[in-house]
Design a protein around this ligand. Structure first.
Ligand SMILES: C[S@@+](CC[C@H](N)C(=O)[O-])C[C@H]1O[C@@H](n2cnc3c(N)ncnc32)[C@H](O)[C@@H]1O
Length: 320
């Protein structure tokens, strides 16, 4: 799945990257952790729970748009071509396109969450026996290189879930430009959440059942388990807030009191109320969608929305 690396080398590389990232983030003046570490197997399962929460409108809304336009969207994939999905997770919404995409040659789900990806790929292969399922473990915060023979075949990129909103503006641009540079790319379908009422936005990221809080705190659980850290998860409070200037929801874990944490031989001091920035969810306007596309070599061919314009499924085509 990942070229020449064996499992233990992959695990060691991931372990080293986790420790290096965590130490860099937690020793910076504004403490942070990269959201990509939220998605171990448990984190991926918690995210699936979030998608079914009453407050979490993005999944339902995007799924509705995909259902309404499934024929047009799947029709973008060339005959025997590939649908290549970044951050595929459980690939639930993707089934809407696969169900009507009998002309697809290959589906390539790409995710950083290895076990979850492999399990999903097996399930999909049983569900769609005639379709080639070619899972790829990769980190899309670096350029994603398609292995042969996938590199050569005509393909459409798919990036639903408003996952693009979790990237910094620079990373989002780099990802769009990277996909634009893939051989044989004919279109890129991107799910983007739109700016809306603040209360509705904050509730979507701070649900009454506390599932999102559990999902975000799972990053500390993971650091305890995989990096031998000693975070007391009860000593951190989850907080979601809207930043109107940057048009994004910020997700933080806030230290309840002064405390010291041990991580990989280092001691990290936290003051009471000091926050670790874990994730951001950027929201878009029609103008910011267009600007992002145009700055990375794409045209906005179509922007499908729901009746209340809460979410957009954007079809980008290479600008000539
Ligand atoms: C917000 S979820 C979206 C899942 C699914 N596409 C959906 O629409 O419901 C983000 C997905 O991206 C994956 N992911 C997050 N950061 C990643 C990275 N840097 N590289 C590859 N996959 C990543 C996660 O494991 C997760 O499955």
């Amino acid at each position: 799945m990942d070229g020449t690396l064996g499992i233990s080398e992959v695990d060691q590389k991931e372990f080293d990257a986790l420790i290096a990232d965590a130490l860099t983030g937690l020793t910076a003046p504004q403490k942070s952790l990269s959201p990509k570490w939220l998605y171990d197997h448990h984190g991926s399962a918690l995210f699936e729970q979030i998608t079914n929460l009453p407050e979490y409108y993005p999944t339902r809304t995007e799924a509705g748009i995909l259902r309404n336009h499934a024929a047009a969207l799947s029709g973008l994939v060339p005959h025997d071509g590939a649908l290549v999905e970044l951050g595929s997770g459980a690939s639930i919404k993707t089934r809407t396109l696969l169900d009507v995409g009998s002309h697809f040659g290959t589906y390539v789900p790409i995710d950083i969450s290895r076990d979850f990806l492999m399990q999903t790929a097996d399930d999909l292969q049983n569900r769609y026996p005639a379709l080639k399922i070619a899972p790829l473990v990769a980190d899309f915060s670096a350029p994603v290189t398609m292995p042969d023979p996938l590199a050569q075949i005509p393909k459409v990129g798919f990036f639903p879930g408003s996952t693009i909103g979790n990237l910094t503006p620079e990373r989002a641009k780099a990802l769009l430009a990277g996909v634009r540079a893939w051989d044989g790319i004919t279109a890129f379908i991107v799910g983007m959440d739109m700016v809306k009422d603040t209360k509705e936005l904050v509730a979507a990221y701070d649900d009454a059942q506390g599932v999102t809080a559990k999902f975000i705190k799972n990053i500390l659980v993971r650091l305890n388990r995989e990096a031998g850290a000693n975070f007391d998860t009860e000593a951190f409070r989850y907080q979601a807030s809207w930043d109107s200037e940057l048009a994004r929801i910020d997700m933080h874990l806030v230290s309840a009191h002064d405390q010291h944490i041990r991580l990989a031989g280092h001691t990290i001091a936290f003051q009471a109320e000091e926050a670790i920035h874990i994730s951001a969810a950027r929201k878009y306007t029609p103008e910011s969608v267009r600007e992002l596309a145009q700055s990375t070599g794409w045209d906005v061919a179509i922007r499908y929305t729901d009746a209340d314009a809460r979410f957009s499924v954007v079809v980008l085509t290479p600008c000539m």
